[in-house]
Ligand binder design. Structure first.
Ligand SMILES: [Zn+2]
Length: 155
């Protein structure tokens, strides 16, 4: 989808009553062009971004997390190969269904996604830092601690 269309959709969504006290965008913007278009639109609407959460995880850790992910064909539960033993390698712990790796999670695709991230999305950290809204969170901690850190950063 072209950037202008995405930003237009978001702008429209931001006129709904349920987001008048605030909103959170997840995984958007992903490029400087999108960030600039978003800012222009928000300014017109009299809104602004208060905080940008940047969850930092080493590429090697991220690659391991994603390429090791398995999904159950039957119930959709996700797990990681590190939790599977040799005899239940292919079996869902929840329902016994067959596990598979999504095409998006293959090593080749992950590498491509990380290169794209580095080129297009990474520059957003500097962009938002300059605007004094960037909050870096250590994403390699326990998930509960990550949640805690985000919540206290937003207070
Ligand atoms: Zn299952």
């Amino acid at each position: 989808m072209p950037d202008e269309v995405v930003v237009e959709l978001i702008a429209d969504r931001l006129t709904w009553p349920d987001v008048q006290d605030g909103f959170m965008l997840d995984g958007f913007p992903r490029s400087l062009t999108q960030a600039e278009a978003l800012e222009e639109t928000l300014t017109k609407m009299g809104k602004k971004i208060d905080a940008v959460i940047n969850i930092e995880v080493d590429f090697s850790v991220l690659t391991d997390r994603i390429t090791g992910r398995r999904v159950c064909k039957n119930c959709g539960a996700t797990t990681h190969v590190k939790y599977l033993s040799a005899d239940d390698e292919n079996k869902c712990a929840e329902c016994g269904g067959e596990l598979y790796q999504r095409a998006d999670d293959s090593e080749e695709t992950v590498k491509k996604r990380l290169v794209e991230y580095e080129e297009k999305t990474q520059p957003l950290a500097a962009y938002y830092k300059q605007k004094n809204v960037l909050i870096n969170i250590d994403g390699q901690q326990d998930i509960k601690k990550v949640t805690q850190d985000i919540e206290s950063a937003l207070k």
